[in-house]
Each structure stands twice: as structure tokens, then as C-alpha cells.
Design a protein around this ligand. Sequence first.
Ligand code: ACO
Length: 169
Amino acid sequence: MTVDTYLFDNEALISPQVQASLPQGYSIRPLGAQDYDRGHLQVLGVLTDVGHHTHQDWLNQFYYMKKRNDTYFSLVIVDHASDRVVAVGTLLVERKFVHCNGKVGHIEDIAVSGDQQGKKLGLRMIEALQYIGAQNGCYKVILDCALKNVPFYEKCGFTQKEMQMAWYV
Ligand code: ACO
């Protein structure tokens, strides 16, 4: 059996409550170097266009993030029966001068495989990322989402604030 390499190794960052609340046969853990083969990009494809990666393109990004693993915290939920990734999400920890060198967590790229939606995997992913933010000392965790997803994030404890602006190159 091949031993996987993970984006980060600090097990204390994985919420035991979330792990215990997942349906039987599922677990949550940091993104692993072999998750390309477990369908990581296919799950992200539920969210948006992921582009055309070679396996090496994917590994290059994985190892870039692993070198900065006090900043990028990507998690996956795996269904052990199929050995497939079924949900993905990332917390990006931004360091600031304001709030006395404060940290802000940004939730990014949340997706649950189409045939696995409605099992609270999205909710558990968000709870797990909120936990990582709290463990890292973030004073807030924020995200941008489509209007149709506002009710989902409200169920995860978020409230609507301000307005998102975008500029595309
Ligand atoms: N509108 C209203 N309520 C919703 C929605 C929605 N769009 N989605 C989920 N909910 C509710 C559920 O009914 C459930 O409510 P309950 O506790 O009363 O039963 C609760 O929210 C939790 O739902 P989950 O089962 O955890 O949701 P799921 O696992 O299906 O994940 C997600 C939700 C992530 C939005 C999923 O549908 C998905 O992957 N969508 C496509 C990709 C996407 O839009 N991702 C979010 C992008 S925003 C970002 O990345 C920051």
C-alpha cells in the first residue's frame, strides 16, 4: 500500500466533532498527494471550470501549497467504500497588520459531488474549516458565494455583510 503525503500533518487541526458527525464510512482529512487519482478535480468541477491539468500540473500546485502549509488548508471528505473524494474545501489564512497582526480565514472552493449532496457533507466541510480558522487564531472567517447559496451558509452560521466587488483581467 502506498503511503500518502498530506498538505499538512497537524492532526490537531481536524475537528474531532466533525469527524464523529460524518456518515459511517466517510472521513475528513487534509488533501493528499494521491487525491488526483481519487477524483479531487472532478469534485471541484461541480463548482466551476477546473481547466485541463496533467497529473504533473496538479502535483505542482499541491507541492506549492504544501510548502506554504501555514496558509493553505485544503480538506477532502473521502468515501472509503469507493475510495473517492466526495467533498472538497479550502481555508486560506491571511496575515494582516490590522487587529494587531491579526489573521483572517477565507473559505474557498467548496464543492460536494453531485450524487453526495444533501448528506450534510457541505455543512461538515464548513464546520471543519471554521475549526481550522479558530485553531489558527483567525478573528473572523469570510467567504464569497452566489445568492442561491446564502441559505446554505446561513445554516453554517454565517451572516450577510457588506458587498463583494470583482475585477476580471
Ligand atoms: N439553498 C438552501 N439550503 C441549502 C442549499 C441551498 N442551495 N444547499 C444546502 N442547503 C441546506 C440543506 O437543506 C441543509 O439544511 P438542513 O440542515 O435544514 O437539512 C443544510 O443546508 C446543509 O446542507 P448539506 O447537506 O451540508 O449541503 P451539501 O452537502 O449538498 O453541500 C453545497 C452544499 C456545498 C452548496 C453543494 O450543494 C455544492 O457543492 N454545490 C455546488 C458547488 C457550490 O455552489 N459550492 C459553493 C461555492 S461558494 C464557495 O466556495 C465559498
